[in-house]
Design a protein around this ligand. Structure first.
Ligand code: PLP
Length: 361
């Protein structure tokens, strides 16, 4: 480390983000179940739109994202003027932290919350406040107790990653209602589409001045590689975030692919249905071989093992068979493995392999 050239306070406290592994040494065609990706990829309509963008790569994209915002607004019945688009929902989280938190401010999230909340909090010099959960469930009372007159942002993913659990809209409203006046509740809806009939908290964000929601094209839309996300909330927050958003943060390719993707809700419904079927199957199959999990509302299952050693040994065993799942020790869940719901063949393979592992002991 250089002694005289130093970054801003907080930055050296950031642990490097470890993405889900994609390869195992010596194994060709490993099955990747470590990043909650849609095993079926994006819709054909999104792929066609993507291919067409090759013809205007020399053109700068528009800066207001109007067509994409209007498409999102139509599909979700939201005011397009209250939507902002970003490079993944990660960028929306970054904007929120940059705009609302700084040194001496506090940003609240839960003990098994998404790692990007901590990273972005430290990046702006604010103080992360990590609140305990109750049996891997967001605990509204504990969050309210942790809030102070320095709390600026409260991040809750609902459903949460990596637990897969979610709290009810009534509980979320109680949280919004109980926050200190200067704080914003951010509801991260990365997995909202997996929950049938759930609006991701948009209704609450329509009604309240202190609630903001984030959404992504990375999960059910199968576009994680393209990096597109969006946020929705009160006008005063949108106006603030737009001031710090780079005018060309999204490319033509991102904008046009995302627009085609959001308009193809038939594909979303198909993926949701298939995910629910295989998630149920996988959770049952694991339970039968002595590996319990909480009821997941998302596209992964958090498999619980008897000990940290057992979870790590199982991960090694799976890797040797070309099956990549996610260790979640970084989320304070060292005795668990997060397994993305893949296609039927992958689910059967991973359940079979965990069964073999359990049989070895
Ligand atoms: C995957 C995920 C996201 C999505 O991030 P992008 O930047 O949109 O790819 C956001 N929040 C949570 C909790 C996630 O698991």
């Amino acid at each position: 480390m250089n002694e005289t050239i130093r970054p801003q306070p907080g930055i050296l406290d950031i642990a490097l983000y470890q993405g889900g592994k994609a390869h195992v040494a010596g194994v060709a065609n490993a099955v990747k179940l470590s990043s909650n990706e849609n095993p079926f990829g994006p819709s054909d309509k999104a792929k066609e739109a993507f291919a067409k963008t090759v013809h205007n790569l020399h053109r700068y994209p528009n800066t207001d994202h109007k067509a994409l915002r209007e498409a999102i607004g139509e599909v979700h019945h939201l005011d397009a003027d209250r939507i902002i688009c970003g490079v993944g929902s990660d960028e929306i989280i970054t904007f929120l932290c940059q705009a609302y938190a700084g040194p001496r401010d506090e940003v609240v999230f839960t003990e098994h919350g998404f790692l990007m909340y901590r990273i972005n909090t430290l990046a702006v010099g604010a103080t992360p406040v990590e609140v305990p959960e109750r049996e891997r469930m967001t605990d509204v009372d504990a969050i309210l107790k942790a809030c102070t007159n320095r709390t600026k942002l409260v991040f809750i993913a609902n459903p949460n990653n990596p637990t897969g659990t979610m709290i009810s809209p009534a509980e979320m409203e109680r949280l919004a209602e109980g926050l200190p006046k200067q704080a914003i509740l951010v509801i991260d809806g990365a997995y909202a589409e997996y929950v049938e009939g759930y609006d991701g908290g948009a209704g609450l964000a329509t009604a309240r001045e202190n609630v903001f929601v984030t959404r992504t094209f990375s999960k059910i839309y199968g576009l994680g590689g393209l990096r597109i996300g969006w946020g929705y909330g009160p006008r005063h927050i949108i106006d603030v975030l737009n001031r710090i958003r780079g005018p060309f943060n999204l490319s033509n390719t991102q904008l046009e692919t995302a627009e085609a993707a959001v308009r193809d809700q038939e594909w979303v419904t198909k993926c949701r249905t298939e995910n629910a079927r295989m998630r149920h199957w996988l959770a049952e199959a694991l339970a039968e071989i002595g590996v319990p999990s909480d009821i997941s509302m998302a596209n992964f299952v958090l498999a619980r093992f008897g000990s940290v050693e057992e979870a790590e040994a199982c991960d090694e065993f799976l890797q040797a068979q070309g099956l990549i799942v996610r260790r979640v020790a970084g989320y304070n869940l060292p005795n668990c493995l997060r397994i993305t719901v893949g296609d039927e063949a992958s689910c059967r393979r991973v359940a079979h392999a965990v069964g073999q592992f359990k049989g070895l002991k």
